[in-house]
Design a protein around this ligand. Sequence first.
Ligand SMILES: NC(=O)c1ccc[n+]([C@@H]2O[C@H](COP(=O)([O-])OP(=O)(O)OC[C@H]3O[C@@H](n4cnc5c(N)ncnc54)[C@H](O)[C@@H]3O)[C@@H](O)[C@H]2O)c1
Length: 302
Amino acid sequence: MVKDKVVVVTGAGRGIGRAIALLFAQYGAKVVVNDPGGSPDGQGGDQKVAEQVVEEIKKAGGQAVPSFDSVDSLSGATSIIDTAVANFGRVDVVVNNAGILRDRILFKMSEEEFDAVLKVHVKGAWSMTRAAAPYMREQKFGRIINFTSTTGLIGQVGQVNYGTAKAGIVGLTKNTALDMAKYNVTANVICPFAYTRLVGTIESDDPVVQARIDKFKKMTPEKIAPLVVYLASDQAQEVSGQIFAVRGNELVLFSQIRPIRNMQLDKGWTVEEIGEIFIPAVKNNFYPLEISNDVFPYDPLV
Ligand SMILES: NC(=O)c1ccc[n+]([C@@H]2O[C@H](COP(=O)([O-])OP(=O)(O)OC[C@H]3O[C@@H](n4cnc5c(N)ncnc54)[C@H](O)[C@@H]3O)[C@@H](O)[C@H]2O)c1
């Protein structure tokens, strides 16, 4: 389904990205394994992180090259795309998986913590897409696969920077899908659930919470990869601008924002009328502020 396609996976040295790179190679794609190999908050670097995945792919008979640039600038992203073109002659698929966390409650979060997270996730995904788009437009084929999070779609305490970034990636995906549609380039976004180092530090004294964590531990990065490879295939030409999730053995298609109630007054609304008429009429349709039971009211099969 993706044999000989040239695929760039960012953040492919670990976790979900690594599993995606391995599965693409197994299906005969030529893979650029991009990862500067930094810490979970994006500091430092280690070239061995990407090199090890390349070695693993080559040992299994696949084709891959490493790339150590950061996605967080257009020059870094251009150099990652150049690596694909220089080694394999083209670029067919970009998987924007790279990510970091700098969690902090809103009223204590620093400007640097906000900027750093937006830079890797939003600017990184835009830069990679911008650098690859001219090639994809020219060859009239391309696949962009981005990663969001429940923090961006629903919300989470202490992750204002990450939630803003992950919601931004949904907007990036939908607008990329529109700009590139006539060139056979699709763009989709996946909300993954996988036990990796980014989430692997969570433990709890509460047995109920710990049971949930134990279940989460069974949601491996390998479960995310098949949907990514499918979305990259020729078969998935009609799938674009969609928001998916993978939760263990469960695949999900998300709804997207639409007006759900509306009222019109022919003379327009006063402040008082909004309080007396509109809000009482729509408040049964308000979304709950609590996280997620409303969104995922059942446990996944794992
Ligand atoms: N694990 C989950 O359950 C979960 C949930 C929601 C969203 N996500 C998203 O999935 C993606 C993968 O996360 P993961 O859980 O595998 O984490 P991970 O930390 O295991 O892997 C992320 C990789 O991205 C790399 N990276 C960081 N900054 C980079 C940069 N500037 N340029 C290139 N690479 C960079 C890191 O070195 C790391 O190897 C992220 O976008 C994350 O936000 C994960």
